[in-house]
Structures are given as structure tokens and as C-alpha cells.
Ligand binder design. Structure first.
Ligand code: CA2
Length: 151
């Protein structure tokens, strides 16, 4: 049976490739989905790749992952820095979580340097653009091979 990973993307990531290429690169969200799918297939995983601009929808998807998925890869966009609701959902879901950001949030505005999501994440990948999604798939594969522990 193939192992399913939820790959969740937060607000404005549907705008990728349209504006701000100097920060977020030139890849579109569809490009990110296809490189993540390829990396997943190479590691024997399947993905459910989604994006929403709505905080509650991200919370619902995290809850939905329970019982369906083996892990969650999340780029919560700006909700990374604001959402206790997303954090609570990630902490409750009981699955390994990997946090991804396209940009290096630690060399940007101060308000981006704090992440609620990190409190629920096994690991964080940032500043490597779309490559970070592939690396997250590899890291999740390692975590699952060791039993899929949450922390
Ligand atoms: O670096 C990342 O992946 C972020 O999660 C992206 C978020 C930002 O709020 C986080 O601090 C870091 C924003 C995504 C917005 O993406 C856009 C892409 C093109 C045009 C406008 C926004």
C-alpha cells in the first residue's frame, strides 16, 4: 500500500510565478506540485497537494489527514507567523510534520522570523525554493522508515 502525505500550502502561494520572482522564484504552484509528485513517486510515496487562502480550510485539512495520511508537509504561508489554530491542529493530529518555506524567513522581516508551525514540526526547510519540497519528501521518507514518529 502506498503511503500518503498531505502537502498543504497557505495563502497567496497560488500567486507563485506571477509576482515577486526575486523572493519566491519563477516556479508556479503547479510546477511545485509536479516536482513534489515526482520526488514522492521516487520514494514510494503519494501526495495530496493542496493550497488555500483560508485559515480554517487549512485546519480542516490537517484534521482530515488523521487516519488518511502518514505525514504532513506544510508551507503555511503568512499563517506560519500568526496562526495558533493551525499550530493546535498540527499538534493534535499525531503525525510527523515538516515545515517548508521557499524563502529564508530568517533573513527577512522580523515578523517572519517567528513560526508557530515550527512548534509542531520535526524539521524545517527554508530558503531553497522549490527544492525544499523535494527535500521535505526525502526527509519524510527517512522519518517514516524509522517508524514515523511525530517528533
Ligand atoms: O517563503 C515562504 O514560502 C513563505 O511561506 C511565503 C509566504 C510568506 O508570508 C512567508 O513569510 C514565507 C508568502 C507567500 C506569498 O507568495 C506570493 C507569491 C507571489 C506573489 C505574491 C505572493
Amino acid at each position: 500500500m502506498t503511503r500518503l502525505i498531505y502537502v498543504l500550502n497557505g495563502p497567496n502561494l497560488n500567486m507563485l510565478g506571477v509576482r515577486e520572482p526575486e523572493i519566491y522564484g519563477t516556479e508556479t504552484l503547479a510546477d511545485l506540485r509536479s516536482r513534489t509528485e515526482k520526488a514522492a513517486a521516487a520514494n514510494g510515496l503519494t501526495i495530496e497537494f493542496r493550497q488555500s487562502n483560508v485559515e480554517g480550510e487549512l485546519v480542516n485539512w490537517v484534521q482530515e489527514a488523521r487516519g488518511k495520511a502518514k505525514g504532513i508537509i506544510i508551507n503555511a504561508g503568512a499563517y506560519t507567523h500568526t496562526s495558533v489554530a493551525v499550530l493546535d491542529a498540527l499538534q493534535a493530529v499525531g503525525l510527523p510534520v515538516i515545515e517548508v518555506h521557499l524563502s529564508n524567513i530568517f533573513r527577512r522581516d522580523q515578523f517572519r522570523q517567528h513560526s508557530y508551525v515550527s512548534l509542531a514540526a520535526t524539521g524545517i526547510i527554508c530558503g531553497l525554493g522549490g527544492k525544499g519540497y523535494e527535500l521535505a519528501i526525502e526527509a519524510m521518507t527517512d522519518i517514516l522508515s524509522k517508524g514515523g514518529n511525530k517528533a
